[in-house]
Design a protein around this ligand. Structure first.
Ligand code: KIV
Ligand code: ZN
Length: 398
């Protein structure tokens, strides 16, 4: 639906981006979002059916319940790689593998903080000790599984030289994906772009691994930052449904996917996601976690395809692309919603009356419209029942 422009005449190859969903791990770290086993299984199956490439099912060492849900997801969910999180120590990694080993396709995700703040205050470890611990963690994970992801936690606040050193060592030790988390949501899009470009240019063995982005939303930039990372060469985005996650949350899956799809002319990136499942998926996660989706949330919010003003409704009735850059059907809504309220115009009222079975003359429409405006000043939203009452009153006379 985008406007034609000069770049569309060039042939540009699109690049596939892996979608790594961490709703069941980082998303579950949202205060109040914990899910039971049956709920996690239902969410994991729906994620696999939607086309998610990697499902981070949990943190098996965290609790017996987390272990059991990763194990059951690994034994029943098919079509996606099932991933479990572990710190860089033998106990965590062994426990993760114990939960994952039944899956036909599994990944161990090991992480260790690398920034000076975390080294000094949390880990109390030197840079040499960090590299050594990262290497031994990756090697142990690689002894179980050929798909190993390594995350230098707080990577976006880590010194460039040290980050390059850890990443190179982790790849040499067997990491096949290197995730570069913006753990505290501090980075800006241009900084993220530069950091990923820097890693692509400076780490000599970077072509042996896929770079991944994992952005938190503390400053509301998680989606923009994820898109900046893939523009600079990352091949995987880590995200959650509805953007739930630790503190302000993670990058929202539905937003990064639809940004790449709607602006394929700009990004030249594709995913395996069946976008018609985005709204049902969002509703399932909202119902399961009890975390409501705000009305104006991009892509899946109730207002995302709702138009109230008369000018917009008139444009929409003439040609949808005047005010819609994607269709509601594409993301799983049944239709555009022309909400009747005090900003609405005659065209939308006539259209709704027609849908309700009434064809009004010009004079009748004007009468109903005047009463509709009076009512709309008193109510937030006008429902079909209100319109029917107004039309009936008009037809049957005073
Ligand atoms: O935000 C973060 O750094 C994480 C890591 C465990 C990848 O969630
Ligand atoms: Zn995170």
């Amino acid at each position: 639906m985008s406007e034609p422009n000069d770049s569309q005449t060039e042939t540009v190859n699109t690049r596939p981006i892996r979608i790594f969903d961490t709703t069941l791990r980082d998303g579950e770290q949202s205060p109040g979002a914990s899910m039971n086993l049956a709920e996690k299984l239902e969410v994991a199956s729906a994620l696999a059916e939607m086309g998610v490439d990697v499902i981070e099912a949990g943190f098996p060492i965290a609790s017996p319940g987390d272990f059991e849900s990763v194990r059951q997801i690994a034994s029943t969910v098919r079509g996606s790689t099932i991933c479990g999180l572990a710190r860089c120590n033998d106990k965590d990694i062994d426990r993760a593998w114990e939960a994952l080993k039944v899956a036909p396709s599994s990944r161990i995700h090991v992480f260790l903080a690398t920034s000076a703040i975390h080294r000094e205050f949390k880990l109390r470890m030197s840079t040499d000790e960090i590299v050594e611990r990262a290497v031994s963690g990756v090697k142990r994970a690689a002894s179980y599984c050929d798909d190993v992801e390594f995350s230098p936690e707080d990577a976006c606040r880590t010194e460039h030289d040290f980050l390059c050193r850890v990443v190179e060592a982790a790849i040499d030790a067997g990491a096949t994906t290197i995730n570069v988390p913006d753990t505290v949501g501090y980075a800006t899009p241009s900084e993220i772009y530069d950091r990923f470009a820097m890693l692509m240019n400076r780490v000599p063995n970077i072509d042996k691994a896929i770079l991944s982005t994992h952005c938190h939303d503390d400053l509301g930039m998680a989606v923009a930052n994820s898109l900046a990372a893939v523009s600079a060469g990352a091949g995987q985005i880590e995200c959650t449904i509805n953007g739930i996650g630790e503190r302000a949350g993670n990058a929202a899956l539905e937003e990064v996917v639809m940004a790449m799809k709607t602006r394929e002319d700009f990004y030249h990136l594709t995913t395996n996601i069946d976008t018609k499942r985005l709204v049902p998926m969002s509703r399932l996660v909202s119902k399961t976690t009890g975390i409501n989706v705000q009305r104006n949330k991009a892509i899946v919010g109730r207002n995302a395809f709702a138009h109230e003003s008369g000018i917009h409704q008139d444009g929409m009735l003439k040609e949808r692309s005047t005010y819609e850059i994607m269709s509601p059907e594409e993301v799983g809504f049944s239709k555009t919603d022309l909400v009747l309220g005090k900003h609405s115009g005659r065209a939308a009222l006539a259209d709704r009356a027609k849908q309700l079975g009434y064809t009004l003359t010009g004079e009748q429409l004007q009468e109903v419209f005047d009463r509709f405006k009076e009512l709309a000043d008193k109510k937030k939203e006008i429902y079909d029942g209100d319109i029917m009452a107004l039309v009936q009153q008009q037809i049957s006379g005073p």
